[in-house]
Design a protein around this ligand. Sequence first.
Ligand SMILES: [Ca+2]
Ligand SMILES: [Ca+2]
Ligand SMILES: [Ca+2]
Length: 126
Amino acid sequence: MSSTLLISLTMMFIATSTGWAADLSSKVVDKNCWIEIFDDDEYDEDDPHVKIQGPAEYATLRDVNGRDWSNDIESVIVGTNATVHAWKDKDFKGTEISFTPGQRVPKLSKLNMSNTIESMKITCGP
Ligand SMILES: [Ca+2]
Ligand SMILES: [Ca+2]
Ligand SMILES: [Ca+2]
């Protein structure tokens, strides 16, 4: 067996085993992949608010943990390992806004996105 063949076999084994490991770890909940949405601005905890674990896709926000969140979000806090895309209409349509990992937006009204978001995608990673 030539050394080149041996190296390529070794590389193949490493690639296969890390792929398997990545598969397993993707099933573990990412503690920093989430978005917390608030009914009121300035993260008002006296009004409805909920943390949504990612990765997740919501074509509509009509039922998020049993509450209709359509056109109701006024502030958000994004987990440090989450990237979130949100749309003004359901089914990922209309004006789109994206939030970066760790971003906090106390007033979506300043971005012209207050009480208007109706769909959302949360992906994990930078
Ligand atoms: Ca309030
Ligand atoms: Ca609201
Ligand atoms: Ca809307």
